[in-house]
Design a protein around this ligand. Structure first.
Ligand code: PEP
Length: 249
């Protein structure tokens, strides 16, 4: 039985005071929530949010990290620095990292392996561009990103991996994949995991959906067999929009 996992990606939003206020509202709004929860604030906000979510049912996540442990990498943030702040999870391969900052599958795979090596949970994001979907390549793109993102990761480490299917054309656009279309890709990705690691691992892995998830579409998406949660952007910036998604149903 897979537990639903609802994550909020705050992206490059909020000051420390705003982040503290939102974290406080989420802690009280979700204290009786039944699912697994995560917030991923900007690096500069992690130290503020960490003590507020510590010991609650909300995990602390980062939105990215460097592919190297430490060294001369100006502007990057190390896994060691994230762990020092109490970060438990890191989002990797988000479409904004892939497309705006040109991160490729090999770099993302290096980051995933480093995160796991240091005991962080990794949310590996995958998803096709609009032109790839229109060309009938959505499944192939998601398969490639999954296979390459997980290259060299043994089955024994797979419990530290969460997948997030985020069709790029649905992120921040107000367009959501239909629950049926999303579920079809999730099923395909689960099948990829089955081929790589066996059916038992495929049955266990959590696959979140992301792309304009809102309170009014969350329950329909989550009702699908292969959709195990959500990675939420815009609607994660206010407790009044995130809490109803997190407590969907
Ligand atoms: C995201 O940033 O991962 C995302 C899905 O954003 P939004 O919910 O705003 O589409």
């Amino acid at each position: 039985m897979r537990n639903y996992y609802i994550a909020g990606n705050w992206k490059m939003h909020k000051t420390r005071a705003e982040a503290a206020a939102l974290a406080g509202e989420l802690v009280s709004g979700l204290k009786d929530g039944k699912h697994k929860y995560l917030v991923a604030p900007s690096f500069t906000l992690l130290e503020t949010v960490a003590p507020l979510v510590k010991g609650t049912n909300i995990r602390l996540g980062a939105q990215n990290m460097a592919a190297e442990e430490q060294g001369a990498h100006t502007g990057e943030t190390s896994v060691l620095q994230l762990k020092d702040l109490g970060v438990q999870t890191v989002i990797l391969g988000h479409s904004e990292r892939r497309h705006l900052y040109k991160e490729d599958d090999a770099l993302i795979n290096k980051k995933v392996k480093l995160a796991l090596q240091h005991g962080l949970e990794a949310i590996l994001c995958i998803g096709e561009l609009l032109e790839e979907r229109e060309a009938g390549k959505a499944e192939a793109v998601c398969e490639r990103q999954t296979v390459k993102g997980l290259e060299g990761i043994p089955a024994s480490s797979l419990s530290g991996i969460v997948l997030a299917y985020e069709p790029v054309w649905a992120i921040g656009t107000g367009k959501t994949a239909t629950p049926e279309d999303a579920d079809a890709i999730h099923a395909c990705v689960r099948n990829v995991i089955a081929k790589l690691y066996g059916q038992a691992e495929a049955d266990k892995i959590i696959i979140q959906y992301g792309g304009s998830v809102k309170a009014d579409n969350a329950a329909r998406l989550m009702s699908k067999e292969n959709i195990d949660g959500a990675l939420v952007g815009g609607a994660a910036l206010k407790a009044e929009s995130f809490v109803p998604i997190a407590k969907f149903g």
